[in-house]
Ligand binder design. Sequence first.
Ligand code: P6P
Length: 284
Amino acid sequence: MDKEETVDEVVRSVAETAPHISSGLMHRREYVGEQNPSDEEVREADVWANELLKEQITSIEGVGQFASEEEKIITDCGEGLAVAIDPLDGSSNIPTNNLIGTIVGIYDGELPCKGENLVAAFYVVYGPLTTMMVALNGDVNEYVIEERPGDDIEMYLVGEDLEIEDDRIYGFGGNKNWTEEFREFESEIAEDYKLRYSGALVGDVNQVMHHGGMFAYPERTDASNGKLRLLFECNPVSYIVESASGASSDGAGSILKVEVEELHQRVPFFAGHTDMIRKMENSL
Ligand code: P6P
């Protein structure tokens, strides 16, 4: 299988697994009393979704490494591309029935490696619909995933070659511990833009992909690298946003150029309309 075929197989495999994840959350809402490598409480759904996706992805020919936000170490599974996932982004939203998602980055390089090595990235949003936003070969396309009889799925193309052209909304996390500089920046933005913040990166970025605007989870006074993980969240989402003519930043420049020191590294994260990102970089 060549690299393109492997990428297509990873996308298809996660799309086929998505309806199982969505329907299997109901009885897996509770915490299991363990922490993930980022010292966050883990729900049964996090563990289960990770195992489901790991089994699927590591069995694909042409996938050589698998890494997950839920696992301390990288799994070697042959030769080829490296797949890094956040199996259930925003799982704390399950009890309140808010949006959650799955984030996948496909790297052509030895993990942990820079976002510049990404060859594809996509995320699933579990909401009123199950949708998938896929960045591949410079294009960003959105699909609705419909479960069909016999464990089959249909992927309906509902958004083709998406671009972030408007700038109407903003969603900034970590507000209890913002720096003074960021607080000033946010108060300027709040005058002109509509606030949309759900507590799940995939849901908030998906709004930016549709309405235009900016998402941020900046450094905090108690966490200089913010909260979001570079390899599993920020790199794949940045690849998608930049493929849609948007911009990403760690405050200084593209997330995809950030050096990687360790697997679960956190990074201050900004992504969205290019003008808003540049305005932020010039303000902070
Ligand atoms: P807060 C979810 O836990 C997550 O990792 C991202 O999906 C989301 O953007 C962020 O944390 C939310 O953090 O501090 O608002 O709960």
